[in-house]
Write a protein of this length. Structure first.
Length: 271
């Protein structure tokens, strides 16, 4: 595992304690040349088809083209994709950019529950009877998304096995990540939780080389992801820098040596 990933960290945010945080990162990716998930292969051209039949269904091409029930939208940085309480009438596919998903409690406390990137879906709750959005999705960078209406996504899931397999794999991977986040929140120290989030943001642990993450992320956002205060995040960021796990001076370079914090048998945090 190698490579360096650049993140920009903004200090000075107001500290606050938040609880019950979940953090989700992309696990399933779609490319124009097909689906990269190892367990799902694109259909073989011509297999089981007669001469003159339509071309095999291509999920990547489907998510790149506009048609009935599918709309491509552009969102500027900090733009709102949907708000908590809006009608849940579509599934969103992120074509490019980064999206932050937050939840606002009845007491007015806001929590970051996900940061999603290209080839991720959000808003899937409409498929299980969710009437209203349970969170707010906003653009962390300039974003291009495809809005797929509820009726259209239900049709393609029913009619196209390749798309259905890809979508189910995405849902299962998302569910697995949420379970891991819950275990991390319940049993790991603040130091370990922060190290894990930084490594996830740097895409360590995924197949292939780590990909740079472009965009600014505040210490307050990191604190909300792991359920602590901004001052605690600042403390451990400085500690990681002194130990040589990261280079941190306005932006951050994450090194694979940070894995030693996550893999340690005992937490090294001064809680």
């Amino acid at each position: 595992m190698s490579g360096v990933v650049h993140l920009e960290i903004i200090g000075g945010a107001k500290a606050g304690t938040v609880t019950e945080r979940r953090f989700v990162l992309p696990s399933v990716r779609i490319r124009k040349r097909g689906i990269s998930h190892p367990e799902i292969a694109p259909p073989t051209p011509g297999k089981g088809r007669k001469s003159g039949d339509a071309a095999p269904f291509d999920p990547a091409n489907y998510l790149e083209t506009v048609a009935k029930g599918r709309t491509i939208l552009l969102h500027k940085k900090k733009g709102i994709i949907f708000k908590q309480g809006d009608d849940a009438d579509s599934v969103i596919y992120i074509r490019s950019g980064k999206v932050k998903v937050t939840v606002l409690s009845a007491e007015g406390n806001e929590a970051v529950v996900a940061i999603l990137g290209a080839d991720e879906f959000l808003g899937e709750g409409c498929l299980i009877g969710q009437q209203k959005r349970l969170a707010t999705a906003s653009a962390m960078t300039d974003c291009t998304v495809m809005l797929v209406g509820k009726a259209e996504i239900q049709r393609v899931l029913k009619d196209e096995a390749t798309f259905s397999q890809m979508f189910v794999t995405h849902i299962l991977a998302r569910n697995e990540r949420i379970q891991e986040d819950l275990v991390d929140q319940l049993f790991n120290s603040t130091e370990k939780r922060l190290a894990r989030v930084l490594l996830l943001l740097a895409n360590f642990g995924k197949a292939g080389r780590p990909e740079p993450i472009i965009g600014k992320i505040s210490q307050e956002t990191l604190a909300e992801m792991i359920g602590t205060t901004r001052s605690r995040v600042s403390h451990f960021m400085n500690k990681f820098r002194k130990l040589g796990f990261i280079n941190y001076n306005g932006h951050i370079d994450v090194h694979s040596s940070l894995l030693t914090v996550v893999l340690a048998d005992k937490g090294r945090s001064v809680e």
